[in-house]
Design a protein around this ligand. Structure first.
Ligand code: TZP
Ligand code: MG
Length: 223
């Protein structure tokens, strides 16, 4: 099972193939330009994740969010906020993504209402089932491969948890995350994901548009 009407689930699943997660810390060029290029390369969903030691805060944090949201709007890419319900409400963002140690998904769903997107990170079948019961629209499962973009990442599990979730009959839209790039994305889709979420494969690429295009192609061949 998954949450919502069939049409809503289909729509959310259709946004999963190439999900860019990004903050200023991840970028070599101006974040606005990285996002524009990533969209040109074919990303289907965007998450503003401004985290880490050098992360912007206060007014700068909000201003960057607004600029990136404007770019997403212009290209009809849904704009999701990582772990900041208040910012999402202030900006009328399209949704919020929370981890297991963030505000509970039930609360996020209650505050956002039924029409916004709620994403939850899950690292086991149990966490996946709980997230669905709490009202999640999609799951992020990882890290699939070793990653240097998250300091407090859980152990690498390959596609094991994705396979467990699918074998248990859960049909919720889901993406794999963690160390994914164009040459290792195929097994993630093959093993049951509806897409991949990436940071560095696009943000640290010399040519983000090309990187996104190649990733999208690797995924589309498997979907
Ligand atoms: N959650 C699990 S791994 C990860 C997050 C946010 C970081 C993914 O970044 P990259 O650069 O695609 O490995
Ligand atoms: Mg979090």
């Amino acid at each position: 099972p998954a949450n919502g009407t069939a049409a809503r689930i289909d729509w959310i699943r259709s946004r999963m193939p190439l999900y860019l997660v990004m903050g200023s810390v991840n970028c070599r060029q101006a974040p606005d330009q990285v996002l524009e290029q990533a969209i040109a390369g074919g990303i289907t969903l965007f998450q503003y994740r401004e985290k880490g030691k050098q992360a912007l805060c206060g007014q700068e944090y909000v201003e960057l969010a607004r600029r990136l949201q404007d770019i997403c709007h212009k290209h009809q890419i849904p704009f999701i906020v990582n772990d900041d319900l208040e910012l999402a409400l202030e900006l009328d963002a399209d949704g919020v993504h929370v981890g297991q140690n963030d505000e509970p998904a039930e609360w996020i769903r209650q505050r956002l209402g039924p029409n916004k997107i709620v994403g939850v990170s899950a690292h086991s079948l149990k966490e996946a089932s709980r997230a669905i019961a709490a009202g999640a629209d999609y799951l992020g499962i990882g890290p699939i491969y070793p990653t240097s973009s998250k300091d407090d990442a859980e152990p690498v599990r390959g596609t094991e948890v994705i396979q467990q979730v699918r074998r248990s009959g859960l049909t919720i839209p889901l993406v794999g995350i963690g160390g994914i790039h164009e040459h290792n994305a195929a097994p993630v889709i093959h093993d049951g994901a509806d897409g991949v979420a990436v940071i560095s494969a696009i943000t640290a690429a010399a040519a983000p548009a090309e990187a996104a295009k190649h990733l999208k192609k690797a995924i589309a061949q498997r979907l």
